[in-house]
Structure formats: structure tokens, C-alpha cells
Write a protein that binds this ligand. Structure first.
Ligand code: SF4
Length: 398
């Protein structure tokens, strides 16, 4: 059935936690302290499927279970296939590893000169500043180290990472990620940003964070002041389904935008969550309304225990084809595969070009109509202006 939604409605409120004082609800520390992290807690609120119970039993060996009360409210507890539920409640599929899957699917560890820093491309580094997140996504690319359920013993080392960047003048772009960098306290965030800003060769600082989506309460005025002070700080948030676009998230994006933080969104194409053109269209249009530019749509990385989320690439191409020309160009993300083993992001586009010769390119538009764009120039014969026009010009000059 086609996805439909009330475009004027934005989910808001405390839902199951209506009894809690609003001051607690709006406090990000309260949200973290009251996360749902165990089977017992989950069962207090919902009936789980057998598949989920098995997944939860395995989560301690793979990636911890944690869901903020705020995000839990977005789950339809009566629907085992709820797209929000699928993202954060473990399922048995996580315990099944396929032959092509890898623990470190992007080959990051091979390009890590100091713990927590990945330097694969000449001019930019990935700086992993924490292994914790507000909630855990069951398809996380870094599930090997995030939450430390796999005893990966990842201990982020700010000082070593900062010193590495200071001593490498070719690094002009730093991406802070993890785990989720915005889970650090204000003092630590300010420390890292001030140190990076003091490095002359660092021109571009960006943050990858799902905190605005899991914990919009964390986007406090104080945090925004830090971004203003050390800006421009660019941020990629991570929204997968239009139901995640709540009034709270919209307000958090507004606070970030007004603090001068340009916002982009990265989605992962996930089976049962957003592998549908109508869902994706609703998502990207809501993102624009929240001041967020859809940036990447990722084909899911080949992480261990992820095959139950995997979508056929042809489906992804079909979704992009359903967006391009059918909605605002700003709303169309770049569909990419992050090449397994670490080859970088490669765009995967629908093929609009029919043929290119020395003379012309022939292509089809979003409606399937064919057009021709000539590649050569054929000068027309010069034509003398009509005599009457010449006489008129002469009269005007006199
Ligand atoms: S927020 Fe990001 S790092 Fe954390 S679990 Fe989700 S995908 Fe992984």
C-alpha cells in the first residue's frame, strides 16, 4: 500500500512519559538516564516477537540495546514491522553472518595511524571521538566498536588525534564522528573544536551526528553558542524515515541553523524502513522543510549480521529515478555505495544517457522523453540586415 501521511502534522509530546515533568523531559541527562536498555524494560511497554527476543539476547555480544524515551515514543508498538522499531530493536538476523560481510567493512582500521583517527584520503581525516551513542542503530557500520559490546577495546584518544592533525599540514578537512560526538559534554566539545580551529591548515570542520534525531534535547542554546563561536561547523544528521521528523527535531534543526550550522542528511537504504519511493519522497520533502538538505542515500555497508536490512541496488536506483524531476532538485540525495574494503563513496545513478557520439548526446528526461544535445557547432550563413532597418538606424544617428 502506498505510503501516505498528514503533511501538516508533526508528532510531538511526551507520549508514554506524559506524567514526567516537562523540565525532566527536556533535559538530555534525564533522557539518557531513562533509556530503555533491557528486555524487561521493553516488555513493560510492548509485546515482543520471538525474533526480537532472540535478537535482544544476542545484542550484548554485538551492539548494545539502548533507546531514548523520546525516540521510543515514535515506535508503533502494535506493528512488528514498524520502520522505527526495525531500526532500534534487535532481531535474530543480527546473529547470522553472511560470507561477504565484514567486521570492518570499510577497511578503516588499516588506515588508522593513531587510535580513533582514520586517514585514508590525503586532505581529510575521520576523527572518532567516542564509542557511545544516545540510541543504537541495528545496522551501524561501526558496530564493531560502538557501545563496546564486542570487546573491541576502542578508547578514543583526543590528544593523540589532535597532535596527529597538527603535525599533518595536508589535512584541511576534519570529520568528527564515533559513536556520536554530541554525546560529549559541552566542555569536551569546546576543547576539541577550539584546538581544531587553532590549527591553521584545518579549513573545514564537520560533525556526523544522530543526536538531533535520538535526543533533540541535547541541542541546547549553550551548545549552539559553541558552534557559533567556532563556526562554520557543518553537520550531517541521520534521518531514515519521515516519522522521525518530529516537532522536536524540527526545532533542534532550527536552533542549529540559526547558530550558523549548515545541515545535511545521510540516510541508509534499509529493507522495510525506507526502501519505497513514496516513503523516501515524504522524507526528503520533510527534511527541506526542516532546513536540512538531503545529502547522501547510502547503500548499506556489508557489516556482519546486516543482511536482513539489505536492499537490492536496483531498488535504490528506482527510488532515485522516482525523485529526480518529480520533486525539488535540492531534495534529491546522492545515492552511493561506500566501496567494500575502503574504496570511497561511488555515486550510483539511474542511467539517463542513451548514447554519446562526437556529434551529440541523446538522453531521456524524467518522463522518459528523448532529447538531443548537439556537441558540434554549425555556423549559419551571415545575413545582411534588411535595407529598411539600415535606413532607420542611419536616421536615428543623425
Ligand atoms: S548513531 Fe551512528 S554511530 Fe551510533 S549506532 Fe547509529 S549509526 Fe552507529
Amino acid at each position: 500500500m502506498a505510503y501516505t501521511e498528514d503533511r501538516a502534522a508533526w508528532f510531538e509530546g511526551q507520549g508514554l512519559w506524559e506524567h514526567v515533568p516537562e523540565s525532566d523531559w527536556q533535559n538530555w541527562g534525564w533522557q539518557l538516564k531513562n533509556r530503555i536498555t533491557t528486555l524487561d524494560q521493553l516488555e513493560r511497554y510492548m509485546v515482543l516477537t520471538t525474533e526480537e527476543r532472540r535478537g535482544i539476547a544476542f545484542a550484548g555480544h554485538k551492539l548494545s540495546l539502548a533507546i531514548t524515551p523520546y525516540f521510543f515514543n515514535l515506535i508503533n508498538r502494535d506493528d512488528p514491522n514498524c520502520p522505527i522499531r526495525l531500526q532500534v530493536i534487535p532481531r535474530e538476523g543480527e546473529s547470522i553472518t553472511s560470507a561477504e560481510e565484514m567486521l570492518d567493512s570499510l577497511g578503516e582500521d588499516d588506515h588508522s595511524p593513531v587510535p580513533g583517527l582514520v586517514h585514508r584520503y590525503p586532505d581529510r581525516v575521520l576523527f572518532l571521538v567516542t564509542d557511545r551513542c544516545a540510541s543504537y542503530c541495528r545496522y551501524c557500520t561501526r558496530s564493531r566498536l560502538v557501545s563496546n559490546a564486542q570487546d573491541y577495546n576502542f578508547h578514543p584518544e583526543f590528544e593523540q588525534g589532535l597532535r596527529y592533525i597538527e603535525s599533518h599540514p595536508e589535512v584541511r578537512d576534519v570529520l568528527l564522528s564515533g559513536g556520536d560526538p554530541l554525546l560529549l559534554g559541552d566542555k569536551k566539545i569546546e576543547h576539541v573544536l577550539s584546538r581544531l580551529r587553532a590549527i591553521k591548515h584545518v579549513e573545514f570542520i564537520r560533525i556526523g551526528s544522530r543526536i538531533p534525531v535520538f535526543l533533540p534535547q541535547r541541542i541546547t542554546p549553550e551548545l549552539c553558542e559553541i558552534f557559533k563561536k567556532y563556526g562554520p561547523i557543518w553537520m550531517s544528521i541521520h534521518v531514515n524515515h519521515p516519522r522521525e521528523c518530529t516537532a522536536e527535531l524540527r526545532a533542534a534543526c532550527e536552533r542549529l541553523s540559526f547558530a550558523g550550522v549548515p545541515l545535511g542528511n545521510q540516510s541508509v537504504l534499509l529493507r522495510g524502513v525506507n526502501d519505497d519511493a513514496d516513503v523516501m519522497k515524504a522524507l526528503v520533502q520533510r527534511l527541506l522543510r526542516m532546513r536540512v538538505r538531503p545529502y547522501y542515500l547510502y547503500q548499506m555497508d556489508l557489516i556482519t549480521g546486516g543482511s536482513h536490512f539489505k536492499v537490492d541496488v536496483r531498488k535504490g536506483i528506482e527510488i532515485i529515478r522516482a525523485l529526480r524531476g518529480h520533486t525539488t532538485g535540492y531534495a534529491v540525495p546522492q545515492y552511493v555505495i561506500d566501496a567494500p574494503g575502503g574504496g570511497g563513496k561511488v555515486p550510483i545513478n539511474p542511467d539517463y544517457v542513451e548514447r554519446i557520439t562526437d556529434d551529440e548526446v541523446v538522453f531521456r528526461n524524467y518522463e522518459g522523453r528523448a532529447f538531443r544535445y548537439p556537441l558540434t557547432s554549425t555556423p549559419l550563413p551571415r545575413v545582411r540586415p534588411p535595407l529598411a532597418a539600415e535606413a532607420e538606424r542611419a536616421r536615428f544617428v543623425e
